[in-house]
Write a protein that binds this ligand. Structure first.
Ligand SMILES: [Zn+2]
Length: 416
């Protein structure tokens, strides 16, 4: 695998500036294209699975995080509060408390559940400056997050569906998990829930129940998994999907968590079929984690040769000589009109071989010589070296656009 920091610079995907600060990368146009394609894919995946998208502010009063438990359990990872007109406001370390308040914004009936609220939102954590670098250790990140508010009976099905969605996204992105981990609290006091001085909150029986539910889901899915003691969130156990980086270091990319604690902290309830007040369960889940970590992993995994639907440039149009410049410009324009990220590279940027080499990471190259120009055709070369027989430009572009739309890792091949 490749180091994403090195490739990120070479391919002009992202960078940092000391004047902005350590751990605060910015995204250059090529990197922003990849991220944008990923964000669009995720929103569509979620929308089709019945999620509703929301926006919430990246700031909140300190009191909000005192209620959620972040202030007492997670304060070391939070930015210091800002004094604002006698109030203390902090940058949020997670989106959960905001979403709990959105749920609470009016009365809820059991008929509305499960209520799936999703947001691609900013969260902020103070990593030590010594460990900052690239897109994996950052102080500001955009999280692909969602909270499912449901009845206790619905929680297992929702967690199962979230795990299935993670696996579907990994197939589209070409990501291979290093392992699945069931993250549990520490094995003995004072680490265990309910014991004095522990860092895990709530009733130990509820923890056992939630852990058993997640273990059952992992077993049913047929995946190999292992338990990770001391890896749970402070409010509940979770399924962590681990990936490895270029240096074989493991990190959590995706999570599914079952939480009985924050609904109680925020006094969440719904009116049941019996007319009584009941406490919902919160399922926290992230399909690919933060955009920063997800794109870092994709860079390393694919070495910059992204699946066609993610590639910063999907098609480069190469006229052999100046005489085909106009035909090539027309094909590039047509491709852009179909929604493809296409670029024209004419003879002014070098010999044909040189232009082909410099576009080696672009999934499709449409070469137009004298014969192709006369016939309204293109000779398509695939990134992996395959060459397709000459095709009408219309057919080639339609085939590529249709392949891009279905989010596969392989390349389109007219013969397949
Ligand atoms: Zn959450």
């Amino acid at each position: 695998m490749h180091d994403h920091r090195k490739l990120g610079r070479e391919l002009e995907l992202f960078d940092t500036d000391p004047l902005i600060g350590a751990g605060l990368p910015y995204w250059l146009p090529a990197g922003a294209s990849v991220r944008h394609a990923l964000e669009e894919y995720l929103r569509e995946l979620e929308r089709r699975a019945g999620y509703q998208h929301v926006y919430s502010p990246v700031l909140g009063k300190r009191e909000l995080y005192e209620i959620s438990g972040h202030w007492s359990h997670y304060r070391d990872g939070m930015y210091p509060p800002m004094d604002l007109g006698g109030e203390q406001v902090v940058l949020r370390p997670s989106l959960c408390p905001h979403h709990a308040l959105l749920y609470r914004s009016r009365g809820r009936s059991y008929r509305e559940l499960p209520l799936r609220l999703a947001e691609l939102g900013g969260q902020y954590r103070t990593e030590l400056s010594g460990v900052l670098g690239g897109l994996t250790r950052v102080r500001a990140m955009q999280l692909n997050d969602a909270h499912i508010f449901c009845t206790p009976d619905q929680a297992a099905a929702e967690a199962r569906a979230a795990l299935a969605m993670i696996r579907q996204a990994y197939a589209a992105l070409g990501i291979e998990p290093a392992r699945y981990r069931l993250s549990l609290p520490g094995p003995a006091s004072p680490g265990s829930p309910g014991s004095p001085g522990n860092k895990y909150v709530g009733d130990p029986r509820i923890w056992d129940q939630a852990a058993a539910m997640l273990a059952g889901i992992l077993d049913d899915s047929g995946l190999a998994w292992e338990a990770g003691e001391g890896e749970a969130a402070f409010y509940g156990p979770k399924i962590d999907v681990q990936v490895a980086d270029a240096a074989e270091r493991e990190a959590t990319l995706s999570t599914v968590q079952v939480d009985f604690y924050q609904p109680a902290q925020f006094g969440l309830h719904y009116t049941g079929a019996d007319g009584g007040r009941h406490r919902p369960v919160m399922v926290h889940r992230s399909v690919v984690g933060s955009m920063e970590r997800a794109v870092a992993h994709l860079i390393e995994r694919h070495g910059g040769a992204f699946p066609d639907w993610l590639a910063p440039e999907q098609l480069v149009v190469l006229p052999v000589a100046d005489a085909q410049g106009q035909a090539a410009a027309e094909v590039a324009r047509q491709a852009t009109g179909l929604g493809l990220r296409a670029r024209l590279a004419g003879p002014d940027s070098g010999t044909l071989n040189r232009r082909i080499r410099s576009a080696r990471l672009v999934p499709y190259q449409a070469v137009i010589g004298e014969r192709e120009a006369a016939a309204g055709q293109v000779a398509v070369r695939l990134r992996d070296g395959r060459r397709l027989p000459p095709l009408s430009a219309d057919a080639a572009l339609a085939g590529i656009a249709a392949h891009v739309a279905v989010h596969r890792t392989g390349l389109w091949d007219a013969a397949a």
